[in-house]
Design a protein around this ligand. Sequence first.
Ligand SMILES: Cc1cc2nc3c(=O)[nH]c(=O)nc-3n(C[C@H](O)[C@H](O)[C@H](O)COP(=O)(O)OP(=O)(O)OC[C@H]3O[C@@H](n4cnc5c(N)ncnc54)[C@H](O)[C@@H]3O)c2cc1C
Length: 445
Amino acid sequence: MLKKSLQTLRRNLEGVVSSESTDIHMKWKYLAGKWMRSMSRSPHSESDRGASVPKEKVDCVVIGAGVVGIAVARALAIKGREVLVIESAPTFGTGTSSRNSEVIHAGIYYPRNSFKAIFCVRGRDLLYEHCSRHDIPHKQIGKLIVATQSSEIPKLNNIMNCGDQNGVNGLRMMDGLEAMRMEPELQCVKAILSPLTGIIDSHSLMLSLVGEAENHRTTFSYNSTVIGGDLEGDQICLHIFETKGLQEWNGSSVLCPELLLVPNLVVNSAGLSAPALAKRFSGLRREAIPPAYYSRGCYFTLSNTKICPFKHLIYPIPEDGGIGVHVTLDLNGQVKFGPDVEWIDSIDDISSFQNKFDYSVSAKRAERFYSGVRRYYPNLKDGSLEPGYSGIRPKLSGPRQPPADFVIQGEDVHGVPGLINLFGIESPGLTSSLAIAEYISTRYL
Ligand SMILES: Cc1cc2nc3c(=O)[nH]c(=O)nc-3n(C[C@H](O)[C@H](O)[C@H](O)COP(=O)(O)OP(=O)(O)OC[C@H]3O[C@@H](n4cnc5c(N)ncnc54)[C@H](O)[C@@H]3O)c2cc1C
């Protein structure tokens, strides 16, 4: 099994070198061969391993091939850097990036001048442009944020102000009657129309970004997990382990790396696992790593209805920990409601690297959905909601705490040259991905 996966890595790398024989590609071909030889000599002996673990210098390593990691890799590669993406899963985008609402957010809710506000607005524009240029399925369908009772109107006004301050163009406050004329199934007393909000096929987006990154000679190494790192002088040395080996690991023996990488630049874009991984970088100040919280959001899909009840996305007033159980339409016309908010416990770090989070959607949660959704969609029929899927928000603030901003940490914060940690990249991370990548490739190169 181990050999097979390493052979795959070597085949991938050879596939890359076959077209262009550059330094980095030759290096990777050599490295993969060296790694395989070392593993076939002594796959389990820790004492041997210490001496024989292959070690290589590389230019840039991006940890995690979610939408943000891929976008960062692409941006670095376009700037001429040699990039290696290490991803624990067998392919890209299997984490939070494939478990979200696929909404291109306009940038309304986030505090003025926060990373979330700045990156969402910039990322939205970059995303629409990228989608048009690369024929990525998307639709700027617009959304309505609705107050369903007069007590919610002050909150709706605050949202409107916040959107205006963030420079979101085209927002319009409308009275309930006008909104309900636009959407006859809707019940509300007042609404904000956000014409810049849209939906996107996130898998096609990631595929196009991977393609562009590869065209700029980025190498994706799947089934490879970063299990930690340490400081060598003032550079970080990453410890890599084959993911399948982790699945066989009994948890009691010491986990020794199978490969060491010493990059000039490391971007920790491991999503839900980013804080847990940073804790395994010995030499990185613990105080620099924010506490991690996890909030599961479940979706229910609408069955028994062939005709989509809404033309726009419909969002209620945000709740603690999320932006409310909203109506989302995907590009196939499927209607889904969600995500709700359920705070869950963390799991151990090695399990989190393998994405062993609990994504099950309990049918019992439907009851809450019926009452929540009927506040703005009173005609929702009994028995029409079916459990869909769930995603987990990588949060930096816990229940009843004010929402935290994205955290992007470089040497100026944690003192380790060449290490960039991305923490708390929850919503609007998909919308912001190209802007986060632009920021990193501009600020840190
Ligand atoms: C319920 C929900 C709804 C959302 N809706 C929206 C929305 O509509 N619009 C929007 O803009 N945003 C939305 N988001 C946010 C968006 O989905 C995320 O911000 C974005 O997908 C984060 O991407 P990422 O690359 O940071 O993380 P991920 O997609 O989680 O990628 C991290 C990758 O790192 C890998 N990894 C982890 N540990 C290791 C390791 N040790 N070694 C190697 N690889 C590792 C994982 O396998 C994974 O592939 C939503 C999020 C949730 C949870």
